[in-house]
Design a protein. Structure first.
Lengths: 319, 442
């Protein structure tokens, strides 16, 4: 899945708490009341299923029968960890992340800056870059499948029009990756673009003004003002993108079915194939948990690194 | 208006909304009861030509039984359909009648999701063993109990271009079929003759990204020599190494010297055969309707001859009608379901338009079917049918077919030799035979 929570870029400085000054009782009560709807939904649809998943992973649960099925201990985990196809699928998800993340972050930054510096039609460009993001994955996959289809598709036709042979977009592993990555770029880059656009608008104009008076060229302004001031956003966009890319499923499933010969199957499709197609819910749950732990570890490491850097900067500033 | 009053009003509105929605599918979804939107609720997975034929048959039922309402739902073919059927049944809200591939039946039956046919009252309507293609009825029987009423048999068959076959001297005297051939040698010669007659390729089939077709092709050849690749309800690998090696070698004897393209996807195969660039096409009979639309293409369809073994073998599957188990289904609903099943069988000559061989003998022997060509040519294939091995993981659209088919594609593409392919197949099968089955099967 490539949807991400729509979080505004976090400001580098957290609001300062005054120690020892607690909010009034009625205020606290109101706070709890206001967050209740969210808490209920959170417990019901996030924490609940997660706990359920943990339980299921220790049973031979199946989707064709009611109930949990027999207790199997950790053998589901042992099987998952020992299955080379699971690690292949894991690698495919990581490979997809390694390729798409730099492209999606870099291109979004580039185009956000370009769109912000354009004089006319700024709204049009912003809309044009963001629009693909709101199209459902099934529609995007269908359109791209038509374009990629060998012999009759638009792209192979264009290739042959100029006398080249089109890569086998659907039938070969490298072609498959190319097809999926191009489609993902077009489709999802709008989200990061919007985050960057918002952050660029937060940069005070007087900074540019002062730089212009000092004789900074537009390129210097971008390199020395815009990009450094966007650092907090970049770090947010990066982690959101890594997490979103690790969760890839629908594009690959719809476009390639994980093929050819399962050489592009991402880990979520592995979970789908074992948990649903083969009806092995408990085993699928165990695979999900392994994958969940890896994702949590990645984000924890990322936040740890950021913290370390933040305290380092703060210490230097204090010194 | 005060804030409190507004809130109260809003609450009241929400409540009335909730009450009026009580009878709707949404409400029954929230309460977990079975929706009662029609007298017969029918789920199937047919789109395209098959879907259109199925709608005709549904309409025939409506006309025949004006007092009985029928609601048909079409779900995505393969996994989307089967996961929903299984989940809906396991959670007590199944349809009254569903479609199942017979290759998918063993697991559904072992999970006790299906009502045995004898409990559904269809026997009283004359639906009995002696009136069906034996191979299909046999496959509808799991552990001595019949769980499905077969609607058709759809075998993997041999298409040929009539003009090219004539040039190649392959037609029989009457010109309505191929000269009898037997054995791998004669078959390869026929493919060569097609190529010599001016076709770019002697034969073609969908290979790339199509593990199911590869598996069908492989099964047909291999099963002429040996039994199923897994036995004991899918817990034991039972490969005949020599037979499998011979099978792979035969497959490469066609793709290796360029008699057949090594890498071609479904639409590519379609183009080659439609434009007369391939003499033979190896595919399921369900493709017949799409080739009928091709102007100027004269083609015919016959069962595959015996290839490696002494007798011809047809790899096939069947669509069958099942009644998913539901403890709360009323006797009237069950009776309506039985009537609907009977009606579909009676109208299966319409179904045969899609290329399928009706399993219901009264229709299979009727003029309405025997007038259909080329369908009548390969009725014998339904009798020689070999299905997927019995196991919890096999069947149409299964992960198993994807995995094993993937290896067979490597052989067809020439990236894997027969010897290493047998080892690869063994590894593939081991994944499934050693996996813990979701339900215990006898």
């Amino acid at each position: 899945m490539t949807t991400v929570a729509s979080t505004r870029p976090a400001h580098p400085m957290a609001p300062v708490h005054t120690v020892g000054q607690r909010p009034r009782r009625s205020g606290r009560r109101a706070g709890v009341l206001f967050s209740t709807p969210f808490l209920i939904i959170y417990l019901l649809f996030l924490v609940g299923p997660l706990l359920m998943g943990i339980v299921l992973s220790f049973f031979n649960t199946t989707t064709v029968k009611d109930g949990l099925g027999g207790w199997v201990g950790v053998s589901n985990y042992a099987k998952v960890l020992g299955d080379s196809l699971f690690w292949d699928a894991m690698w495919h998800s990581v490979l997809f992340t390694l390729i798409t993340t730099p492209l999606l972050v870099g291109l979004a930054l580039l185009f956000a800056i370009l769109a912000s510096r354009i004089r006319r039609g700024r709204v049009f460009y912003r809309l044009a870059f963001f629009a693909p993001y709101v199209v459902p994955s099934s529609v995007v996959a269908l359109i791209f499948l038509w374009m990629y289809t060998p012999e009759v598709g638009l792209i192979p036709k264009l290739f042959s029009a100029v006398g080249l042979t089109a890569p086998d977009f659907i039938g070969s592993t490298s072609g498959g990756w190319t097809a999926v990555i191009l489609m993902t770029l077009w489709w999802t880059f709008g989200f990061n673009f919007v985050l960057y656009t918002a952050a660029i608008q937060d940069v005070p104009p007087d900074v540019y003004e002062a730089a212009a008076i000092d004789g900074a060229s537009p390129w210097q302004q971008i390199r020395l003002i815009t990009v450094p001031l966007l650092n907090p956003t970049t770090s947010l966009v990066l982690i959101l993108q890594i997490l979103a890319s690790l969760k890839v499923f629908d594009q690959i499933y719809l476009l390639l079915g994980g093929g050819p010969n399962q050489s592009t199957r991402p880990v979520i499709e592995y979970i789908y194939d074992t948990g649903f197609t083969s009806y092995r819910g408990g085993y699928g749950a165990a695979a999900t948990m392994v994958y969940f732990v890896i994702i949590v570890a990645v984000s924890a490491a990322w936040y740890g690194l950021r913290r370390l850097r933040a305290t380092g900067t703060a210490a230097r500033a204090a010194a | 208006m005060t804030r409190r009053r507004l809130l109260a009003l809003g609450g009241g509105l929400a409540l009335t909304g909730g009450l009026s929605a009580c009878a709707s599918p949404l409400a029954s979804g929230l309460t977990g009861s079975q929706p009662n939107t029609a007298d017969v609720i029918y789920w199937n997975l047919f789109t395209g030509g098959d879907g259109a034929n199925m709608v005709l048959m549904e309409n025939a039922f409506r006309k025949q039984h004006p007092g009985v309402t029928l609601e048909a739902t079409v779900l995505g073919w393969g996994n989307p359909y089967y996961t929903k059927l299984a989940l809906a049944t396991a959670s007590g809200t199944p349809p009254d009648v569903g479609i199942s591939h017979l290759s998918r039946l063993p697991l559904l039956a072992a999970a006790k999701l299906l009502e045995p046919v004898e409990n559904t009252g269809v026997t009283d309507l004359g639906i009995t063993r002696d009136r069906f293609t034996p191979a299909a009825w046999q496959k509808a029987t799991v552990d001595g109990t019949v769980y499905a009423v077969p609607l058709d048999t759809h075998p993997f068959v041999l298409y040929y271009n009539v003009d090219l076959a004539k040039k190649a001297g392959l037609l029989n005297a009457a010109g309505d079929g191929l000269k009898p051939m037997k054995g791998a040698h004669e078959f390869v010669d026929a493919v060569k003759a097609m190529k010599d007659a001016g076709a770019k390729y002697g034969a073609a089939m969908s290979i790339t990204g199509d593990p199911a077709t590869a598996w069908r092709y492989f099964s047909m050849i291999y099963r002429g020599l040996a039994g199923p690749v897994v036995t004991d309800s899918g817990t034991r690998i039972d490969i005949d190494t020599d037979a499998m090696r011979e099978t792979f070698a035969f497959m490469q004897s066609l793709t290796g010297p360029g008699l057949m393209p090594k890498s071609l996807n479904g639409s590519g195969a379609n183009v080659l055969f439609s434009t007369g660039k391939a003499g033979f096409l190896f595919d399921g009979e369900w493709q017949i309707p799409s080739y009928r639309l091709v102007k100027g293409l004269h083609f015919n369809v016959v069962p595959f001859p015996a290839l490696l073994g002494p007798k011809p073998v047809a790899y096939a599957d069947s669509h069958a009608l099942v009644v998913p188990r539901n403890a709360n289904r009323s006797p009237e609903r069950t009776a309506n379901a039985a009537r609907f099943i009977k009606s579909l069988l009676d109208h299966s000559a319409t179904w045969a338009q899609g290329g399928h061989v009706p399993a219901w003998l009264p229709v299979q022997r009727s003029k309405a079917f025997l007038d259909q060509s080329p369908q009548r040519n390969y009725v014998q294939a339904a009798f020689n049918a070999q299905y997927d091995p019995v196991a919890w993981y096999t069947g149409a659209g299964s992960d198993f077919q994807n995995t094993v088919g993937g290896t067979i594609i490597e052989v067809l593409a020439g990236r894997l030799g027969p010897r290493s392919a047998v080892a690869a197949m063994r590894t593939d099968l081991k994944r499934y035979t050693t996996a813990r089955p979701p339900v215990t099967m006898k």
